[in-house]
Write a protein that binds this ligand. Sequence first.
Ligand SMILES: Cc1ncc(COP(=O)(O)O)c(C=O)c1O
Length: 437
Amino acid sequence: MTSQTNDALAEWSRRAERVMPGKQSNFRPGPDVPPVIAARAQGLRITDVNGKDFIDFTLGMGPGLLGYDNPRIREAVVAQMDRIMIAASGAMHHTAEIELAERIVEHVPCAEQVRFGISGTEADLMVMRLARGVSGKTHVLRFENHYHGWADTSFGGRLEGGSAEPVHGAELGAGIAAHAHSDVLMCPWNDADALERVLQAHGDKIALVIMEAVMCNNGCCPPRRGYLEAVRVICDRYGVLLCFDEVITGFRMGIGGAQGHYGVTPDLAVFGKAMAGGLPLSAVAGRREIMAYLKDNRVLGGGTFNSFPLATASAIAGIDMLAENDGALYRQMAVVQEKIATGLKEAAGRHGFQLMVQGPLGFLFFAFTEKEGAYTPTDLAGADMKLAMRLRGWMEESGVLVAGGSRLVMSPMMTDLEVSDALTRFDRAFAGLASEQ
Ligand SMILES: Cc1ncc(COP(=O)(O)O)c(C=O)c1O
């Protein structure tokens, strides 16, 4: 692979290396992926410091559902700046957060009340504390390979030897508190019998079952037919609260998120990413009697920037756009997504690779495997992950930014011209990959 060594990129890379520990401020991609230093974003494109143009399928890792410079989002943010830009979340409400909560209650099935935060990680921590506070129970049940933020208790862990107590090893990096998983139990996902067994054995101490309703962080695996319904019934049987972490699926899979799409209503849900038109904002939504614990301080949780006014205004504008014409933008995104998924597979095929592509509306995953689809990461055990990482490098080389975990973040704003440009670039990337073989 040729490397980009234009003067500007080299110079910015040198400056970054001196003052920042890594080529970005999140988890770092592997060495096969060359650095990108963005200078400007417009529509669905990024221009780097060399002036190189990328079609961006990362879109902020989800928030950029409506593109980078959507005029209606911009207008709403500027108007809010004129109205009130900073509001003390500990001292007052502001009107935009109330209007936004009304919209979430209108569109999201489980939402009777809403509490806002800033990041998805914080909202996940809030929901876990809330469930413990409400139930008086100690443990949270998470699922192997799901992601609920990077905090010690919400991050990682894997199953070993049939035990529901997760182990966490070197793959999580150093520095995780020793006690972090002591009140976490774990279960394989998409297996209702496994959940039933864990709740039968430990249900009396489990406050919350939390899951991504589509496993977007590992293979974009869909729930098996009837699985979410079974989870709902099992949680009710053992008196355990159920939360869907909709940080990815929320407002992306549909205006009602995964719960709206599948028709299964959890007790609580967490939102972030695409909810606020690209600005930082998260939310915990749930049943009134659970949320009441926050109202009278039986459960505590803070955050100086919670309900950040510019983000709440941006979210209102975005959700209104998504709701218009009975969700026309979602229908538009489905058309774009179908073309991208098919085009990606065809480009792979032309260069001798077999690619599986799957994902819910708004998010795609690809893997080098002959399988048609995957319900769990075990189904992907034979997929060539190293090849996928190298493809990500060739994609960058060809002017396509692909998100970590071999994922493409979709937007309804992609024009036909951009789709065909993307398909041409996919072809170039696979040609590059084939040239290495
Ligand atoms: C399902 C899910 N939950 C929670 C988070 C954490 O959100 P944030 O990165 O905003 O803290 C993420 C982030 O990728 C996520 O995908």
